[in-house]
Ligand binder design. Sequence first.
Ligand code: HEC
Ligand code: HEC
Length: 305
Amino acid sequence: MNKLMLWGVIITVAMLGFTWMAVGGSKGGMGEDIVNQLAVAGAVVLVLITVFVVVKYVKQMQSDTATGELADENWDGIGEYKNELPMGWAVTFLLTMVWGMWYFIAGYPVNAYSQIGEYNEAVEAHDAKFKSQYADITGDRLIEMGESVYLAECKVCHGLTADGIDGKAANLNVREEEISVKYVVENGSETLGFAAPMPDRNGLFNASTGALITDAEIATISKYVADGMTGDGADIFAGTCAACHGENGEGMEFVAPNIKEFTQAFVASVVDHGKEGAIGVMPKFDRLNDKQKQAVGAYIANISK
Ligand code: HEC
Ligand code: HEC
């Protein structure tokens, strides 16, 4: 046995000894614990492979002489051989690229556990439970639920009594305020998800005169709608607005909303889409679930009567 082999055996024994002491000395010791036994078995294999490989290469370094064709360049006397790229190296390099792509797309970062994922699952489970528990709520209980939603989400802007806090938001006790009607007739409106938007004043004709709606007519019709479709303006309404909003302003499905009174569906669609108009901007509340939207719609339809 030469000196190199002797060192190999000494290092092997020493490393196995340390491993044995570390594992055997731990709680539970070697005897009973299958995990410890597996760890030691793994350690023995690793130590043997390591020593074998190191011994092999040290031996090779001692005896090998360099052969092959030198490249033309040399750096301060140090040359470089024109060796073929080793096959194993090339394959490993390509495999790491494939693995890298797998890891990035399907492995850890995308598919693994995440707190956000867990949160979303919990919310989904809660929503499903909510849905089944409250599926059959109607009538007064729906209105009560709507009041809770209103107090939690809407009161900050629309106020405790839904009066709009001195013009900060729409007054929900009345269907339309004059300034809002005027603003919509002058500027049009298109956020609420109807098949076509409401045109602005350049698209609104008085059917009896055939002319574009005038300032005076806008003033009259705004007051008429805000007063709950009473007073002067019935003829303008019939000629200009009724084609979309219906004879009495009660709206038409998919065409135009009810502008005479609040409906559950209209409120739900404002909550869904948000709203921008004469008074200001209302953000959308798409985090509310369908039942909550229905409920708050029922609540507002109820208080505005
Ligand atoms: C071509 C169809 C059409 C005509 C004509 C029309 N509207 Fe509209 N109107 C709509 C649609 C659609 C909306 C919903 C717009 C949206 O999605 O924001 C709307 C919305 C409104 C609103 C806003 C309701 C709210 O609370 O947000 C008012 C007020 C209104 N219209 C009044 C009128 C008046 C008054 C006239 C007649 C001068 C008129 N509209 C003529 C289609 C029409
Ligand atoms: C950040 C303030 C704010 C919050 C919160 C808010 N709104 Fe609004 N809302 C507004 C403003 C401002 C308007 C008026 C938009 C305009 O100028 O037409 C409005 C308008 C509306 C309208 C339309 C009224 C009309 O005549 O067309 C409805 C319905 C409504 N809000 C319901 C709700 C409900 C229900 C909630 C709670 C889920 C809510 N809002 C929360 C600010 C808010």
